[in-house]
Ligand binder design. Structure first.
Ligand code: NAD
Length: 349
């Protein structure tokens, strides 16, 4: 069996960290159960500046029908107005491929890396599921009397029964493979219509998962608890916007954005894996970018492709280089992007 993987490094440090992730993938290729064909795509700001292409015609169908996964770097370039390329490519793929689970592990790999006093690797190990296709990010809304003192600006928060139910079920399913605890976070006390739906669906679905402990926190309390008592959380499921914010907080309590990995997943379909960070123009091209978020995203991709043991090997290698401080400056190390990537390859060997 063959898996076809699209590699889209994108912009800025996306290019640098993806190069290291690809080296890890290539090193592991001989030990995989399936063969992997990597197909490289140049979509990003440079391409847009050259010929105004964001996602080329036919590319979406090709990804959907002929690829099993996409390994993505980052998109974002100040030269592109309103980041239209990022909106078309990244948000476009999330929505059009219906990648409804944004999976973001928040796991502390070494006690030194958390700014939370007294917390250790035993306390911080959670999996956040962010709804990825609805909510405030659907782009429903508009401006009225734009640019005048009477301006009205609206973004609608779209929540469907189907969309809410499937992300909640995914959370319960994943909790069964972990510590069997799901916390759902919303703001139903203020957003009574939209998040009232989350509340009702959560209570109904929990009945089907009696072996899993179901709890609820309003999002403001969830943010506080992630800092005060992160050990409370196993699986945390929430809406698109709250997930966006809570997972940056999650990254901050385990060592920062450079380490954070994510998957944009529709089980059984072509899914997209990317580090949580952006293109970081402030450090791009300097060899300062931490490649471990991209490398850990590759592990998540391999798991999606059924390569559990390769995924576990990468995660163990990343944990080892972090513990031995063979890392980039953002984690207190001295290595360049390439040297840090090499240290993962050495740990794998
Ligand atoms: N998924 C994506 O492609 C994505 C996500 C977020 C932001 N963006 C885009 O990226 C551009 C820059 O956005 P931003 O500055 O708000 O966020 P960013 O994640 O690019 O950077 C935030 C800060 O974290 C640092 N940082 C990020 N990744 C790092 C890494 N791997 N190693 C070391 N340090 C790292 C950066 O130097 C910067 O100081 C914008 O155009 C934004 O729209 C893209």
């Amino acid at each position: 069996m063959k898996n076809k993987v699209a590699v889209v490094p994108g912009d800025g440090i996306g290019v640098e960290v993806t190069a290291e992730a690809v080296k890890v993938l290539e090193a592991l290729a001989p030990s995989l159960r399936t063969s992997i064909e990597l197909v490289h795509y140049d979509w990003g700001a440079e391409r847009w500046l050259k010929d105004r292409t964001t996602l080329p015609e036919g590319a979406f169908e090709d990804l959907r029908d002929h690829h099993q996964a996409i390994l993505f770097g980052a998109l974002g370039d100040p030269r592109v107005p309103e980041q239209i390329h990022a909106r078309d490519i990244l948000l476009g793929l999330r929505f059009r491929l219906d990648l409804y689970i944004n999976l973001r592990p928040v796991k502390l790999l070494d006690d030194r890396l958390t700014p939370l006093r007294g917390k250790t690797t035993r306390d911080i190990d959670m999996l956040v599921l962010r709804e990825n296709t609805e909510g405030l990010y659907v782009g429903v809304g508009g401006n009225f009397k734009k640019g005048t003192p009477d301006e009205i600006a609206i973004n609608e928060d779209v929540n469907t029964r189907k969309g809410v139910e499937r992300i909640l079920r995914a959370a319960f399913e994943m909790a069964r493979g972990r510590r069997k605890k799901v916390c759902m976070s919303d703001k139903a006390n203020a957003l009574t219509y939209a998040h009232g739906l989350w509340q009702r669906a959560f209570k109904e679905i929990a009945v089907d998962y009696k072996d899993v402990e179901a709890s609820h926190l309003y999002v403001d309390v969830a943010a506080m608890e992630m800092v005060r008592a992160p050990e409370r959380f196993d699986v945390l499921v929430t809406s698109n916007m709250f997930g966006d914010i809570l997972t940056d907080l999650g990254a901050a309590i385990v060592g920062g954005l450079g380490l954070a990995a994510s998957g944009n997943i529709h089980p059984g379909r072509c899914s997209l894996f990317e580090p949580v960070h952006g293109s970081a123009p402030d450090i791009a091209g300097k060899g300062l970018a931490n490649p471990l978020g991209a490398i850990s995203s590759t592990a998540m991709m391999l798991r999606h492709l059924g390569e559990e043991s390769a995924a576990t090997r990468i995660e163990a290698a990343v944990e080892r280089v972090v513990k031995e401080s063979r890392v980039t400056r953002d984690l207190g190390g001295k290595l360049s992007t390439q040297e840090c990537g090499k240290s993962v390859l050495d740990a794998l060997a």
